[in-house]
Design a protein around this ligand. Sequence first.
Ligand SMILES: NC(=O)c1ccc[n+]([C@@H]2O[C@H](COP(=O)([O-])OP(=O)(O)OC[C@H]3O[C@@H](n4cnc5c(N)ncnc54)[C@H](OP(=O)(O)O)[C@@H]3O)[C@@H](O)[C@H]2O)c1
Length: 240
Amino acid sequence: MTDNTIIIIGAGGSIANAFLREQHNRFPAHNLITISRNVHDKIADNHQHFQCDNSEQQIQAVTQSLSTVVKTAQSITVFNGQLHNEAFSPEKRLEDINEHYLSWILKANTITPMLWLKYIGQRLGPKSRCVITFLSARVASIDDNELGGWYAYRASKAALNMAVKTASIELARRAKYCKCVLFHPGTTDTNLSKPFQKNVPEGKLFTPNFVAQQLSTLITTRDINGQVDYIDWQGKAINW
Ligand SMILES: NC(=O)c1ccc[n+]([C@@H]2O[C@H](COP(=O)([O-])OP(=O)(O)OC[C@H]3O[C@@H](n4cnc5c(N)ncnc54)[C@H](OP(=O)(O)O)[C@@H]3O)[C@@H](O)[C@H]2O)c1
């Protein structure tokens, strides 16, 4: 089997787009497959795009049509995640917890990635050699939570971390050359972080290109050891 396919899910985001271009520069002959809720410009002849509304039915249909390439993919990276919208911002105190915001965040940050994990995971086998990465966040660390607030976002990413950790135990048995990674990009200049950038220390607001390069290097140098790595943009382990 050849592992020459790169799959990018949630490809419409800023970090995802930078990562797509970075991967193409690094592996120009590799097949690129992107998946997003929206249309996406083709960046090369070997780039194929799929639209998906992230319903279970469509996720199942897309992974079904990609069955063979998923089995032989070199990397699968899931970027989906949200933080704020026109109606809601992260909670500052208990009184701000809101059912609609919680449901929206949990769907985007936990349920959508878990459904991708479900349909991708069952297609990986003993011959697959793949790094499967999910964009997590340092604020998902229970150990590291000293500031409080951001209930929904923290909980949704912590739940994602637990799901990926659980899947890595199963994958170690059924696809032992596959590796799961939970990646914290650091505060990156995208729509998601825009409203929260003013207190970021100088030099600590990263460009999507910088983060894409770090992520690329980190996933191509991972030790395939049946463990999930929860790491930041420098490759440093984050406490759970
Ligand atoms: N920027 C930061 O400072 C920062 C820090 C820590 C962690 N992260 C994480 O990094 C990832 C990428 O974020 P970004 O900074 O590049 O932000 P972005 O440009 O706003 O990208 C948002 C991502 O979420 C997906 N998305 C948007 N709405 C969605 C919905 N309703 N349901 C499911 N998916 C949805 C998008 O996919 P499509 O539009 O292609 O479907 C895209 O992959 C997120 O998981 C985020 O939590 C970012």
